[in-house]
Design a protein around this ligand. Structure first.
Ligand code: ASP
Length: 257
C-alpha cells in the first residue's frame, strides 16, 4: 500500500517536473524569437543607409560606357520580366479569389517595401505574415504554414533573374545557346532558386550551378556583380508577392472545403 502511494507520488512529481521543463523550454525559445525579431528591427532601421552606400559604390566604380549600356539593358529586361510576374500574380488573385488587384497590392505593399530595402525574404517574413493574415484576410493556420516554406522555396523572381542573367552572360561571351541548353537553363534556374537561401545575394551564388550546367564560363558572374544589389531588391519584392499569392490561393481552397 505504502509503496503504491509512494510510486504514484513519484510519478506525479516526475510529471510536474516534465511540464515545468517544457514550459521553461517554450519560454526560452519564445524569448529567443523575440530577440531575433528585435535584431531584425534594428537592422532594418539602418538598411536604407546601407543600400545608399552600396549604390554610391556602384556609381563610383561604374565600368566603361559600353558595358554599362549592356548592363542597363540587362537590368531593364529583368525589371520588365519581374513586372510581368507581378501582373500575372494580380491576374491569378483576381481569377481565383475574386479579390481586386487594388486590395491585394494595398495589403502587401508594406511587406514589399521591407523586401525592397532588406533584399531578404527571410527578414521580411514577420511583416509578410502580418500583412497576409491581418490585411489580406488569410487564416493564420494557412499563412503560418505557407509563408515560411514559400520564403525559402518559392522564388519566382530569383528563377527569372538566373535565367536572364545566364543568357546575358552567354551572349556577352559570344556563346550560341541551343534550344536544349536554354531548356536546361530553365530547369536548373528553377531548381537553383528552390535551393537558394532567402537572404541577400543568395541568387547570384547559386547562379554558378546554372552557368556550369549550361557550359557558360562562371567568370561571367563578375560582369553582373556591379548591378546585382538593386536587382536583388526588385526580385525579392517579386518573391514575397508570389508567396502572398499562393497563401491567398490555399486559403481560398481551404475555405471552399
Ligand atoms: N534575396 C532574395 C530573397 O531573399 C534571394 C536572391 O538572392 O535572389 O528572396
Amino acid at each position: 500500500m505504502m509503496t503504491q502511494i509512494f510510486r504514484s507520488l513519484v510519478e506525479k512529481i516526475q510529471m510536474i517536473l516534465l511540464l515545468l521543463w517544457v514550459k521553461i523550454d517554450l519560454e526560452f525559445f519564445d524569448s529567443f524569437n523575440d530577440v531575433i525579431l528585435k535584431i531584425i528591427d534594428l537592422i532594418m532601421l539602418f538598411a536604407p543607409y546601407g543600400v545608399f552606400a552600396l549604390l554610391a559604390t556602384l556609381i563610383v566604380e561604374a565600368p566603361k560606357w559600353d558595358l554599362l549600356k549592356s548592363l542597363l539593358l540587362y537590368s531593364l529586361t529583368l525589371i520588365l520580366g519581374l513586372g510581368v510576374l507581378i501582373l500575372l500574380y494580380l491576374i491569378i488573385v483576381k481569377t481565383f479569389t475574386g479579390k481586386s488587384p487594388n486590395f491585394f497590392l494595398k495589403g502587401i505593399l508594406p511587406a514589399q517595401l521591407v523586401a525592397f530595402s532588406t533584399s531578404s525574404s527571410a527578414a521580411t517574413l514577420p511583416v509578410t505574415m502580418d500583412r497576409v493574415h491581418n490585411h489580406l484576410g488569410v487564416k493564420e493556420e494557412v499563412s503560418s504554414f505557407v509563408l515560411p516554406i514559400g520564403a525559402t522555396i518559392n522564388m519566382d523572381g530569383t528563377a527569372l533573374y538566373q535565367a536572364i542573367a545566364a543568357v546575358f552572360i552567354a551572349q556577352t561571351f559570344g556563346l550560341d545557346l541551343s534550344l536544349g541548353a536554354q531548356l536546361g537553363i530553365i530547369l536548373t534556374a528553377t531548381l537553383a532558386s528552390i535551393g537558394a537561401a532567402a537572404v541577400p545575394s543568395a541568387g547570384i551564388i547559386v547562379l554558378v550551378i546554372v552557368l556550369s550546367q549550361a557550359g557558360i564560363p562562371e567568370a561571367g558572374l563578375a560582369l553582373i556583380f556591379a548591378v546585382d544589389r538593386p536587382l536583388d531588391m526588385c526580385r525579392t519584392v517579386v518573391n514575397i508577392t508570389g508567396d502572398a499569392t499562393v497563401s491567398m490561393l490555399v486559403d481560398k481552397l481551404i475555405k471552399k472545403k
